[in-house]
Design a protein around this ligand. Sequence first.
Ligand SMILES: NC(=O)c1ccc[n+]([C@@H]2O[C@H](COP(=O)([O-])OP(=O)(O)OC[C@H]3O[C@@H](n4cnc5c(N)ncnc54)[C@H](OP(=O)(O)O)[C@@H]3O)[C@@H](O)[C@H]2O)c1
Length: 308
Amino acid sequence: MITDSFTAGPAGTILVTGASGLIGRALVDRLRARGQTVRRLVRSATGHAGDFLWDPARGVLDPAAMAGATAVVHLAGEPVAHRWTPARKAAIRDSRVQSTALLARAIAALDGPRPVFLSGSAVGFYGDRGDELLDETSAPGRGFLPTVCQAWEEAAQPAVAAGARVAFLRTGVVLHPEGGALEKLLTPFRLGAGGPIGTGRQWLSWISLEDEVRGIEQALWTDAIRGPVNLVAPTPVTNAEFATTLGRVLARPALIPVPAFALQLLYGEMAEETILAGQRVMPRVLLAQGFAFAHPTLEQALRSMLGR
Ligand SMILES: NC(=O)c1ccc[n+]([C@@H]2O[C@H](COP(=O)([O-])OP(=O)(O)OC[C@H]3O[C@@H](n4cnc5c(N)ncnc54)[C@H](OP(=O)(O)O)[C@@H]3O)[C@@H](O)[C@H]2O)c1
């Protein structure tokens, strides 16, 4: 549902990958509600009008998908929140890098005006950075996710070189009760079994799903946005603050800590680079454009999305 008078942008044809995912579904619904023409790039035939096929692993893309497109929003990628086996790590990396390179080459090969290319990325780019305040000018961190994010952004170079406007959506932890991290946390917290994870001092750069989609729209319609754009609320919190706030909103105690070793045992490297690590990221580019967050603080965001 559209709850604000945010600009709808000029009418165009917007191609979306990963359109069946948490962010993609919300983006497609919102763009269509605004009267935009949306094409979904899908990996298996759906029979729906407006769906076009691709197979990024095999370098196959229906050329009709790109014809006349004014923008491409690339959100596809193998899910990250599972134990990282060598095969899973390869899939996380390859699904992003190969698909981005395929789209970038297709954009570069077009005659005439090139579509805007908003290519996925993540605040994982910055790695585990303690209390350091980070923005789009900060250097990448170290580890698997920073390496993946750099290769993922780098793969868009053919589109940049061809003169397209390209932006990288460095997304934080997207909050929505029906998907992603918050959905997984709701049951233990509702049972009063929630609490801080590890030391609780690691920073969590979060954004509500509504602001994620509004931020993508802002990047779509703002010519000045190119290069990295952090999609995070302006108020990152520590993991302990997150637990306390979610407990307060649900009116449940949130005092049961989750020890780091248990997560390391269950999820290994994935836990060490995600839930046990953190980065304190500011949305400098969005704020410079005067972007007004619908949910600037965590408590307000959680109350709004949980109806409490
Ligand atoms: N949600 C977050 O908190 C968050 C945070 C930071 C970054 N991001 C990034 O933002 C993007 C979208 O996030 P999301 O939460 O909407 O993701 P999601 O719910 O996991 O959906 C991703 C979509 O990517 C496609 N996909 C899955 N595996 C794939 C593979 N092996 N190869 C190619 N495509 C594949 C699927 O779409 P089809 O089946 O339709 O192709 C899927 O619906 C992802 O790249 C993610 O890494 C998300």
